[in-house]
Design a protein around this ligand. Structure first.
Ligand code: MLT
Length: 207
């Protein structure tokens, strides 16, 4: 694996009857182990590629730098997004899965890099389940997201993600051709069991 895209990660092979692979992307302060329990609920039987973000914010791993809460370092975001895309290609060869069938499951900062991957490299992922996502960036030209399927679960009382950020991301992705289901939860930044079940039902319907 090249130095450029050398990410700490876990790969767990799924049960033989499920061909699906999930890219699991943690929130700020998490690591490659953090989203495994959630991913097993949302995508039972799937193979899991769970990655640790390389940026450290006061020791807390993240997928890209931020200047303040909700204010992203755009140069770093684009660099880290490309680096992660390169890693995904390498991992697909190493672990023998098809990227075109790959769904991300991302939480918070992990949801934001998942959106950034979809906006920057249309078709790299088949789609994603995004918990507490924001607009990572607004592309200067419209990517074609036809065939990209996204489920968003957002907290109505989230002190970190403003409601309009979720609405803007949903509308922007739809305007680029993605199919996006946005679900509002009576919750804050924390994920509830009910929304994991909703995400699981949604994912099971994606062919
Ligand atoms: C981010 O930085 O990606 C978002 O503000 C969410 C977070 O990780 O706190």
């Amino acid at each position: 694996m090249s130095e450029l895209s050398n990410f700490q990660h876990i790969f767990q092979k799924g049960s033989t009857d499920s061909g699906r692979t999930i890219l699991a992307l943690h929130g700020t302060g998490g690591d490659e182990g953090s989203l495994l329990p959630i991913t097993r609920v949302v995508a039972p039987g799937a193979s899991i590629l769970s990655v640790r973000g390389k940026v450290l914010e006061n020791g807390a791993p993240r997928f890209f730098r931020r200047l303040a809460e909700g204010v992203f370092d755009m140069e770093d975001l684009h660099f880290r997004t490309s680096e992660l895309a390169e890693f995904i290609h390498q991992a697909a060869t190493t672990y023998n899965f098809e990227t075109k069938d790959l769904f991300a499951i991302g939480y918070s900062n992990g949801a934001n890099i998942a959106s950034s991957l979809m906006l920057s490299f249309p078709g790299l992922l088949r789609g994603g389940v995004l918990f507490r996502a924001m607009v990572p960036f607004v592309p200067p030209t419209s990517p074609d997201l036809t065939g990209t399927h996204v489920f968003m679960a957002q907290g109505k009382h989230d002190p970190i993600v403003p409601l309009e950020q979720a609405e803007d991301l949903c509308l922007m992705m739809r305007s680029f051709g993605a199919s996006v289901e946005l679900k509002w939860i009576e919750m804050d930044h924390r994920i509830t069991r009910a929304e994991l079940n909703d995400a699981s039902d949604w994912l099971a319907k994606q062919a």
